[in-house]
Design a protein around this ligand. Structure first.
Ligand code: NI
Length: 177
């Protein structure tokens, strides 16, 4: 496993649409290594989630999940999950605002409206097709990470910049925990 450096905003590769992984490639050493590296790099940096383009691979692979996360101290645990070619099948009508950060955007945080519930389809790392219903913070993470696969940052989803800034500054003012 290799700890990768994080690709930061400004790199044009983060604005690209990433490619699907062919099903018959999922079990290859190359794809399994990317998944391992993504997982290791996410956990090292305490990411709630991480998308492959953020470690320099423009393929549709994401990881997310944690028991406790110092970046989101009030978040409930989210099961560690790896998704290949994730697709949102259905989503709630309702959206809720919540603060997000991104390892590619340094310490910036902003309030983003996201669908509260999703049904998502993906391949797991063994190539099994999974359909899963998710809600709350997990649904938020998935929308954030799939956006990365389509070249979008959370700041592009913000409806207002009233609640936006550096983590430390927002904490000082009691806007985030
Ligand atoms: Ni991100």
């Amino acid at each position: 496993m290799t700890l990768c450096s994080i690709v930061n905003v400004g790199n044009p590769n983060l604005k690209m649409r990433s490619e699907e992984v062919a099903w018959d490639q999922i079990k290859t050493h190359e794809i399994q290594s990317i998944i391992d590296n993504l997982l290791l790099t996410m956990q090292y940096h305490h990411g709630a989630g991480l998308a492959a383009p953020q470690i320099g691979t423009n393929l549709r692979i994401v990881t997310y999940g944690f028991d406790v996360n110092p970046r989101y101290p009030e978040a409930e645990p989210v099961a560690l999950t790896m998704m290949i070619n994730p697709i949102i099948l259905t989503h709630s009508h309702e959206m809720q605002p919540g603060f997000e950060g991104c390892l590619s955007l340094g310490t910036l945080r902003g309030e983003v409206p996201r669908y509260t519930e999703l049904q998502v389809k993906f391949y797991d790392r063994k190539g099994n097709e999974i359909v899963k219903a998710v809600k709350g913070f997990e649904a938020r993470i998935i929308q954030h990470e799939i956006d990365h696969l389509d070249g979008k940052f959370f700041i592009e989803r913000m409806s207002s910049f009233e609640h936006f800034g550096f983590t430390e500054e927002l904490k000082i003012h009691g806007i985030i925990p």
